[in-house]
Design a protein around this ligand. Structure first.
Ligand SMILES: [Zn+2]
Length: 155
């Protein structure tokens, strides 16, 4: 038998340690939580994307009665795919807001979003930095792939 260990490097940092562009991205992700449509979960998630052009775009979770809504992360990256085709994503920030405050712990993307984000990273041919925003701490990961080890890709 052979055992393998998979390690994910996460930098736990605070807002003041971020680069200026990262601060703007985190601010945008937090702002995006205000455009969530969450009459069912009341769990507002916002995502901000930094594109290679320097432009930033946002997404937020959008729900409906059929429970076939979409998460903030995919809302943002599909926006990028639709409105900025061929433009690489450099970084993504995610923040969550519930019961009148941002979550204390950083909110990681669901599995579906990780898979979708990975496809954009693969197409970009470079890592997409990930910032998961908590109330007082931020997790910074060097790539989407580091969020999704043993990922499913085309064979
Ligand atoms: Zn998701």
């Amino acid at each position: 038998m052979v055992e393998k260990n998979i390690t994910t490097k996460i930098q736990v940092i605070n807002y003041t340690e971020l680069e200026e562009s990262e601060k703007k991205l985190v601010d945008l992700a937090k702002e995006a939580t205000q455009s969530s449509y969450t009459p069912y979960s009341h769990f507002n998630v916002g995502a901000g994307l930094l594109l290679e052009t320097g432009e930033m775009i946002k997404g937020s979770n959008q729900e409906n009665a059929a429970f076939a809504g979409i998460c903030a992360e995919r809302s943002a990256i599909y926006n990028a795919g639709a409105n900025h085709p061929g433009v690489d994503i450099e970084a993504i920030a995610v923040a969550a807001f519930q019961n009148g405050d941002f979550l204390e712990e950083p909110c990681p993307p669901c599995g579906v979003c990780r898979q979708a984000m990975l496809e954009f990273e693969k197409n970009a041919k470079h890592p997409i930095r990930v910032l998961l925003v908590g109330r007082d701490k931020i997790y910074r990961l060097e790539s989407v792939a580091s969020l999704l080890p043993l990922s499913f890709t085309e064979f």
